[in-house]
Write a protein that binds this ligand. Structure first.
Ligand SMILES: [Zn+2]
Length: 449
């Protein structure tokens, strides 16, 4: 179903008129009420009257995460904190956290964009929603929770952890919809398998997963092991949280951006020049309706591309490709740009491997070395173990070599880089319950200072 068809199926011209009017209003509101941003705009010679519509968007300066840190905690807010209903913060691994605030109007929008996403993912009023995103300062848990209630679902606020209990609740309640990170969906799938529950007996029908980059390989794994249809949900706390964009179950090819609230552009990561549709670059978002913390041309750091055109689901909202990585996740190995998700996609199709991997980057002398630790699938591991036990060590060795060689070949063919693949037995790599897995260990030393 489509939650707000009058908006999600709006003609492009009408949508652009709405966007232009909202952009004009937003820029003058920010100019009036945020001294930091007024100085920034005056610094580049921009008055609100210079912005007549979305065609003038490029004239505006970017806002970056560092601006939020520099004005910590409330310096970019248009409202006094007494006018807010909620504050979230993202845990900064370095320095101060990023603080975001919501008025009643902002929370209303948050609920609606998450309801659109849930509906796009197959959810319907009356269905049960098992929400295994973390509740707390992180926007995922409460955002999806409110989206479920806005859509009229029955929300089970499971949060993360205690996976054994999560599985029991899903079975006992007959829950249809699951929301969590893709890595936690796989953790839940493993727990179902451990309890001996077959995928056809799991009541789940749909899953909305996101908050970390994932791939088609992981999707296939989540779908088959949980017996459901999974879609991507994308967002970031600075913009609102989850619900910035979402895939529809009809196509599962690109996430529809809620463009009436979030104006999206793709820009060149080095020059900042806007790029045409279909080209890959950094996603930049301008919030059009946010009251407490409106952001002008926010540099998300996420690498993706945008496509416009009709979707078979009926929505006219533009679609963004699966995020390939973040510009700050990008590794440069032997002079080649490598995103962890590319490695994941390259080895994902190799029979005998699980979706769990870790990249180790080191430098010996002046040469970069990329090692990929990849776990064998349970089936392949059992096959190897059986052969060893029945004194067929040659066959076992042959199987391991063929898996390793195919993985190395796939990385070389797909990414153009040579890597050494190290096979591990299942469950050897560290996992964090519900959290994001540590996929890169870069131990290269600075050689010259
Ligand atoms: Zn669609």
């Amino acid at each position: 179903m489509i939650f707000e068809p009058e908006i999600e199926m709006m003609e492009r011209n009408a949508l652009e008129e709405v966007q232009s009017a909202r952009l004009r209003e937003m820029v003058s509101r920010v100019y009036e009420s945020v001294p930091y941003m007024r100085d920034r705009l005056q610094g580049v010679g921009i008055e609100p009257s210079d912005i007549t519509g979305i065609a003038d968007l490029w004239k505006l300066p970017f806002t970056r995460k560092s601006d939020l840190r520099d004005t910590y905690p409330f310096g970019l807010f248009t409202k006094d904190k007494s006018n807010l209903l909620r504050i979230h913060a993202s845990s900064g691994t370095t320095g101060k956290p990023t603080v975001v605030g919501y008025t009643a109007g902002d929370l209303d929008i948050f609920g609606k964009v998450c309801a659109r996403a849930l509906a796009g993912g197959g959810a319907e009023p009356g269905m049960l929603l098992h929400n295994a995103y973390g509740y707390g300062l992180f926007t995922g848990g409460l955002g999806i929770h409110q989206g479920g209630e806005t859509l009229g679902m029955v929300v089970v606020p499971a949060s993360t952890g205690m996976t054994e209990r999560q599985v029991r609740l899903i079975m006992d309640f007959g829950t249809e919809v699951l929301c969590c990170t893709p890595s936690y969906a796989l953790t839940i799938a493993r727990e179902f398998a451990r309890q001996g529950i077959d995928s056809k007996d799991i009541p789940l029908k749909f899953a909305l997963v996101g908050a970390e980059p994932w791939t088609e390989t992981m999707r296939a794994e989540i779908d088959s092991r949980l017996g459901l249809r999974s879609v991507n949900i994308y967002g970031l706390s600075e913009i609102i949280g989850p619900g910035v964009s979402f895939e529809c179950t009809e196509e599962r090819h690109g996430s529809h951006i809620n463009e009436d609230h979030f104006l999206a552009e793709i820009v060149d990561p080095d020059s900042g020049t806007p790029l045409p549709d279909g080209e890959e670059g950094v996603l930049v978002i301008t919030t059009l309706t946010k009251e407490a913390l409106p952001l002008i041309r926010y540099w998300t750091g996420d690498v993706t591309s945008i496509e416009r055109g009709e979707c078979s689901c009926g929505r006219t909202l533009a679609k963004m490709a699966m995020v390939k990585g973040r510009t700050d996740d990008m590794l440069i190995v032997k002079g080649i740009n490598v995103y962890p998700s590319q490695i994941e996609a390259a080895i994902g199709g190799v029979r005998g491997l699980s979706p769990f991997y870790r990249l180790l980057v080191d430098r010996s002398g002046t040469l970069d070395q990329l090692d990929v630790e990849a776990e064998l699938s349970k089936e392949a591991f059992e096959e190897v173990a059986t052969e060893f036990l029945s004194d067929e060590a040659v066959e076992a060795d042959h199987l391991l070599r063929s898996i390793r060689d195919e993985a190395q070949r796939s990385i070389r063919d797909n990414i153009g880089i040579s890597a050494r693949v190290i096979l591990l037995e299942p469950d050897r790599l560290p996992r964090s319950e519900g959290g994001k897995s540590q996929r890169v260990v870069d131990t290269r030393k600075v050689l010259v200072s």
